[in-house]
Design a protein around this ligand. Sequence first.
Ligand code: FAD
Length: 382
Amino acid sequence: MDLRLTDEQSDARALARQFVRREVTPYAADWDRAESVDPALPGRLGELGFLGLTLPEEYGGSGGDHLTYTLVTEELGRGDSSVRGLLSVSLGLVAKSVAAWGTEEQKRRWLPGLCSGQSLGCFGLTEPGTGSDAAALTTRARRDGGDWVLDGAKTFITNGTWAEVVLLFARTGGEGHRGVSAFLVPADSPGLTRTPVHGKLGLRGQPTAELVLDGVRVPGDALLGEEGRGFTVAMSALAKGRMSVAAGCVGLAQASLDAAVGYAGEREQFGTTLAHHQLVQELLADIAVDVDAARLLTWRVADLIDRGEPFATESSVAKLYASEAAVRCANNALQVFGGHGYIDAHPVGKLVRDARVMTLYEGTSQIHKLLIGRALTGVSAF
Ligand code: FAD
């Protein structure tokens, strides 16, 4: 199933597919065991133009539309969700926010490095005490002369130990979302401690960190957007970011389908290949339907963004469906592999582990149902 793509879109997807086949798939299992993808990867993703997708060339971006962005993201997710996540966060949440909300000086300072992969960005919203209820965050920023001084803690921060810049959300005013502001904080700022998180169920190759801010001083021009508008910066980043997660889920689901179809054609039981057994075909068909449905919902978001139409609810729909589908597809693929799927030597166990987080981050499935319900009824149930 495919759309009619432009030459540029087809070329970008082919480039991503080739990159993944040669430089990601052969190493993904080792990175998973070593709990680290290759540190040279951000540079490669930059060289190929992937980290600058949709961003203006004058700041080092590689342009392109959001459909191209989803096609490339899907291919990365098909190869390794840890690699896909590096891009979804650094480009999707951080660089795109700098491009959308930054001053000319902020764009010139941060975007060229983020687009080239010489630097990575991380997104510091979640705290130990505030996940789904992000507007209740307690990290504090207070003015001191012309500077801001930041104190608090952030948890589960993707790219946290590798990033050069943290897009950090802190309270500058009273309670609720109107008291939150966004800051661009250099990750090597004195007083900022980053501790790696180990023992994740999946996405093991991806650097994840806890951040502690103890009197971190940044100049006044570190504020991104207006004071008190940080929650709007966060939510607008996440609305597009969810499309990127959904595209990664489509890639993971497609990888599940590829693996299951391949194995069903090889493995023999009862004197014939698994592919001859009707209930195995049912598992394969269920995966295939989920892949197509998730992909079309994701492409719809990209199309809406590229046409300048509202897309936030459609982005929730795509993220909710694609993430739940990724979990189902990986699980069905493992069922096709039988006991062999439970052993590390086959790729489907990793797909199951990597898929599981997709229904948790960038809004849990429950939160997306509440967002969709609010859009349908006008009633906020949270
Ligand atoms: P909680 O909010 O405590 O929720 C627990 C459960 O309660 C969930 O099932 C939830 O759906 C349910 N629940 C909560 N409120 C309601 C409600 N009103 N109605 C119904 N159900 C409800 N955060 C960042 O800021 N930056 C990152 O880069 C980042 N990367 C991450 C990477 C990984 C690997 C992980 C695991 C998390 C990451 N996160 C990141 C954090 C992630 O976004 C949060 O884990 C997520 O928002 C959920 O918050 P929580 O874990 O505190 O769960």
